[in-house]
Design a protein around this ligand. Sequence first.
Ligand SMILES: Cc1cc2nc3c(=O)[nH]c(=O)nc-3n(C[C@H](O)[C@H](O)[C@H](O)COP(=O)(O)OP(=O)(O)OC[C@H]3O[C@@H](n4cnc5c(N)ncnc54)[C@H](O)[C@@H]3O)c2cc1C
Length: 385
Amino acid sequence: MGQKWDVVIIGGGLAGLVAANYLAKNDLSILVLEKGKTVGGRARTNQIYQQYFNLGPHALSKKGKAKSILEELNIHIIGKSPKLGGTLVKDNLEYTAPFTPLNLFTTNLLNLKERMEWAKVLMKLTSINTEKLAQHTFEQWVQQTTDSANVQSLLFLLGRLATYCHTPNKASAKVIVSHMKTVLSGVLYLDNGWQTIIDQLNNRAVISGVQIQTDQVVKHLDPIDHDHFKLVLSNGEELLSKYVVCTTGPHELHHMLGEQSSFSKIRPVKGATLDVALTELPNPKKLFAMGITDPLYFSVHSNYARLSVDGKSTVLHVFKYHTPDEHIDGKKVKKELEQFLEKLQPGSKDYEITSRFLPQITVNQRLPQIGDKVSSGYHTAFSLS
Ligand SMILES: Cc1cc2nc3c(=O)[nH]c(=O)nc-3n(C[C@H](O)[C@H](O)[C@H](O)COP(=O)(O)OP(=O)(O)OC[C@H]3O[C@@H](n4cnc5c(N)ncnc54)[C@H](O)[C@@H]3O)c2cc1C
């Protein structure tokens, strides 16, 4: 039997590194095991040529729990808030997004009655007690909130923007509306990408004595007595630990436990992302857009954050929100995202430096359903002791 640890953390993504930093404040021996070649998980940023690509569009809520946790750990967060506003697209037509007081009164999307209704709903949203929504799906809440089809579409759109969930008939109103409230308080696009958070968390953990090992896959996790877990790695190595914090997806944990656990039933929230770097924007005025009925997103993150070595190139993300269990035809989705980009930025291909398409990426490991608590963001950690 190999080395004994007080705590083994499985996964060196954001959740694993945050857990390591908190636990390092105690006198414990801590090991982080990460399957990838580097730490970071879904919060990593890849440098492709001179550009920094997050794994799809990443925005940190200014009033979210994740930011306050990172600040408590003395992680420096440098970035800028994108302006509210932009364009909404429906049936190939473009409308001004009614997210600011001025745009609310100038938008061609809503008639006068709908504008008043939308203003009322936005006011209600800021003061709503989300605890009272615990027994409702998001769709039920939207339908109870307004009869206007246009205002309902705007609420569904904001729900997608805030949580990436495109399943209003299943998702918990309490969780989605809580996140909508947080996102309406503003978000940050981070200079040099989310890797800056990962690097700081990683360095602080190492300095505090945490051991971090990459290229290590945990295959099995067995509780061997009341006090210990045995971890078996893919290279055959065996470790003992008093406590295990597992930050992998629930399906990976299910396989590690090697038994029928309810973890395998948890459904993820997924999407497709087209990450693009351009020398310049064909239409510099169009920086943000969403589909009203088509679940599409477009945002030029480099307009606010520095996302290239020289700070000059444009980095933007086009995204499609998937519904759970949807069959994904990668080629079709890619075309859909390219067409959305072409509509908003005609001729952008002529300026393209590089691009990356990921047809199916997990944004949130768990579709938030009725009965779920509001999590600190999109993170899931399972603590076993
Ligand atoms: C396209 C996209 C957009 C997003 N946008 C936002 C946003 O705007 N705002 C926001 O707050 N969040 C956003 N997120 C979510 C955010 O990126 C994640 O919530 C966060 O990075 C998850 O961190 P984590 O540590 O929980 O999980 P992960 O990053 O998935 O980390 C888990 C780690 O476990 C490792 N692992 C898995 N199995 C094993 C094993 N058997 N042994 C060892 N290691 C293992 C994995 O390699 C991985 O590194 C987005 C995510 C995506 C994909």
